[in-house]
Design a protein around this ligand. Sequence first.
Ligand SMILES: [Zn+2]
Length: 312
Amino acid sequence: MEKNIRQLDEIIWQLDLRVDNETEFIAPYLIKAQNDYIIVDVGPTCGIPELIRQLNILNVTPSNLKYVFLTHIHLDHSGGLGTFLKSFPETQVVVHRRGTPHLVDPEKVLWQSSLDTLGWVAEMYQKPLPVEEERIISIHEKTFNIKVNDLEFNWIETPGHASHHFSFLLENKNIMFCGDSVGMLIPSLNFAMVPTTPHPYRMESGIESINLMIEKKPEKLAFAHHAIRPDAMNLLKKHIAQLQQWKNCVEDCLKKNIKTEEDIGVEISKLDEESARLINGPEEFGGLRKALIGSITGFINLVLKEKTEAEG
Ligand SMILES: [Zn+2]
């Protein structure tokens, strides 16, 4: 089998798009439901040729790819959708209702805000093309159930990382596809768990979302970046503690006038051994490290906002 394609289960594959030549950065999941397929996120525009090449190898065709399930619409998950759907004219997209207008008209908000927050990373991802509205199934409720042949999916709204975030439980396997709502998990850094809390991060809803996932008692977690891991319940609880630790650390730093993301990162790495592996990690983790710096920005803004509110 191709080295960028990993079969994780009899019905689940992970397709590493090698975006920016990084492994373990962006890797959509492919799920087989009898004779049909579902893809979970498609990655950015620049990764679509590689995604289509891998799908060809796996005999995924326009007639058997039923759905794209989007966890959320950030460029690294949905940016390539408009380009991708040109090759899959019958495939439907399931996404949070708040994401739909931005997929249909990505130019204004999605692309511009991505350029602002991601800088060179957005340029590297490339601009998203618009998606036709009739291809989209918008989820308006907080939960949503969908059956695809023999597989049952139970979607739950999980805001925090983004207001338009959904996670879903593949009930047959008891795997929770948690997108970016439980941070990232990096196999080659000895399974380091690192928060994904970009601005505007909402910690209260983030933790509430994790608690909703805990209520579902999943066995495994499928992180969008970038692994399926057992012991889901412990990971979920561990992540709540990690978020609290980061917030406390950022509060302390700002009190001591330690203000830049890099300097705060040094302080975080003294407390959080797992994040330290990425903070001090090798250069080839540029994209993931950029995400980590963005997570620190999210906490800085969160702490400053709370401070202003308390003073106001
Ligand atoms: Zn992401």
